[in-house]
Design a protein around this ligand. Structure first.
Ligand code: CP
Ligand code: NVA
Length: 301
């Protein structure tokens, strides 16, 4: 069980709890492959609110709840009274009378904060403009599977210091992975997150992708144009921050490539990298299912 009621950034999960969630995720994955599915959330209901599109988050949460013996409701914000002006606060109070846990994908991070504040049941951030904690649970699980450990590794984040990057810094800090982040000037991750984590791990901020990948065990990128972004920003990133074969060649020989998906081949990553032998993106996507099941089973539901 984790102490925090809600998971909005990943900072709520402490080091020990992170290890427990990842170990449980790996066990649940092995069990599922053997045909074992324990009804850890029998008769529990997850309410999923989506203000933005999703493939992985929606399907993995829904399948995960089903496999745990529970049920998930897919609620597009357009179909809720939210679209007609009912407040987030009233929506949270209402949903928490029916459901046992809420997962929300929102534009503004303040919306998940308001949901959490007004909900009696746990709230999970399924992506906001500032954080994507569920993605990082899957990413750390994948790194642990592929590298056999987390502590002492070096991760290079290339491109946009975005929502996924912010949660990645929290994840690396808890897992004791050092991180080097290469972004264009003005696209750095949250200074507050850096401030919170720099006492726990080495964090390098650079504008040079070649420098960031040096000696790295894991190379990660994400779209240059997130759902909430103006497409004009692409020119700040492309081609300098693209992860291509020549950049990957500067990382450790055994380095893995990760991307939360959806990807734009030819923009932040070339097909030769994302579809190549160092890429672990499909295992990473699969691990959304197992790690979120472990998270759901670790909340006070
Ligand atoms: N990585 C991720 O969150 O994917 P979706 O946007 O498809 O949910
Ligand atoms: N940074 C991306 C992640 C999508 C899963 C976005 O916010 O659109």
């Amino acid at each position: 069980m984790i102490k925090s009621k809600d998971v909005l950034t990943l900072d709520e999960v402490d080091k020990k709890e992170l290890v427990q969630i990842l170990d449980l995720a790996i066990k649940l994955k092995k069990d599922l492959k053997k045909g074992i599915s324990k009804p850890l959330l029998k008769n529990k209901t997850l309410a999923m609110i989506f203000q933005k599109p999703s493939t992985r988050t929606r399907i993995s949460f829904e399948a995960g709840m089903f496999q745990l013996g529970g049920h998930a409701l897919n609620l597009s914000s357009q179909e809720l009274q939210l679209s007609r002006g009912e407040t987030v606060e009233d929506t949270a109070k209402t949903i928490s009378r029916y459901a046992d846990v809420i997962m929300a994908r929102v534009y503004e991070h303040s919306t998940v904060e308001a949901l959490a504040k007004n909900s009696k049941v746990p709230v999970i951030n399924g992506l906001s403009n500032s954080f994507h904690p569920c993605q990082i649970l899957a990413d750390l699980m994948t790194i642990k599977e592929k590298k056999g450990k987390l502590k002492g590794l070096k991760l290079a984040w290339i491109g946009d210091g975005n929502n996924v990057c912010n949660s990645m810094i929290y994840g690396c800090a808890k897992a004791e992975i050092s991180i080097s982040i290469a972004t264009p000037k003005g696209f750095e991750p949250s200074p507050k997150v850096i401030q919170n984590c720099k006492k726990l791990i080495d964090i390098e901020l650079t504008q040079d992708p070649q420098k960031a990948v040096l000696n790295s065990d894991v190379v990660v990128t994400d779209t240059f144009v997130s759902i909430h972004d103006d497409p004009k920003r692409l020119k700040k990133f492309y081609p300098k921050y693209q992860v291509n074969s020549s950049l990957m060649a500067k990382a450790n020989e055994s380095a893995i490539f990760m991307h939360c998906l959806p990807a734009k081949r030819g923009q932040e990553v070339t097909a030769s990298v994302i579809d190549g032998s160092q890429s672990v993106v499909w295992d990473e996507a699969e691990n959304r299912l197992h790690s979120q099941k472990a998270l759901l089973a670790s909340l006070s539901i």
